[in-house]
Design a binder for this molecule. Sequence first.
Ligand code: A3P
Length: 326
Amino acid sequence: FAPSPQSNNISGEQNDSNLPTGRGWMSEHLVQYQGFWLSPKGLKNLMWLQDHFNPRPTDIFLASLPKTGTTWLKALVFATVNRTRHGFSDHPLLTTNPHDCCPFLDAYLHENDPSFLDQNGSPTPRLLSTHVPYALLPDSMTVNRSCRFVYIYRDPKDVLVSKWHFLSNLRPKELPPFPLEEAFELFCQGISHYGPYWDHVLGFWKASLEFPEKILFLKYEDLKEEPFVGVKRLGEFLGYPFSLQEERDGVVEDIVKLCCFENLRNLEVNRTSVHKFSRDSMCMVDNRHFFRKGIVGDWKNCLTAEMIKRLDGITSHKLIASGLLF
Ligand code: A3P
């Protein structure tokens, strides 16, 4: 496929050969593209997105870094936006993994028929998710600013720990174990999928300050503490505010309960089925791996005092001028 104006003459299959490479977290390396670290496949998907994706003004994008709460956000947004379509006793989320309710835009579309989203009768608004940093999104998604984004972020210490556990679970048995110390070092250097973590968060944060009506910025820890407030904010921001009657009828509570960690994790579909990131892809993940502990602060059980100090130091240094709090 042809390079886009944003793609710096990078084209098609051989496109990563001139880019800086960094050690990957699995068997493949990561490549650095315009300041962000992507897998070679992630880069290919990004090129596709930049060159071919046509957003609709009504699209809702769920943006995040991996392991910041994407699965939960997908469930909450799907349940909020579609609450008049589905009853809570036979809700699709009871039998479908949240990743199958809101597909990953870049990975899914690139490997499948690009017209998928128009052909499958997907209702308006389309709920699509992406890990792509704000700066690398195509102009069609950002400059016109017709689409809405919901961004979720999380304490980077929990993101690191969650990611390390997740990838350790997916690691092929023939590979040696991947020590947490190595994961920590790479994460601190920014070498992790769609990282550096802090730059990704800052990109969306700055955009949300500039266009607050288009980008909602949510924090995993706040959602855990006050899920009702979070769901009501989601409803309002997305143009689906909860009426007084709905509040009286406990609809917000129903959504919170449906999407809570314990409920989703214990569903048959999330205990035993497999998520395919794309139809032909070999990349399959047991749904259960998307639900590990679902708590705030598990880093206390895994990171040393020295690691905590260093990560917190990077976070304050990177974010000091931004006004963003962790
Ligand atoms: P832990 O590994 O800390 O448990 P992502 O969805 O972006 O991959 O993030 C995964 C993290 O979100 C995991 O964190 C997972 O357990 C947690 N998670 C998944 N579903 C959740 C839910 N419904 N509520 C809260 N946390 C959830």
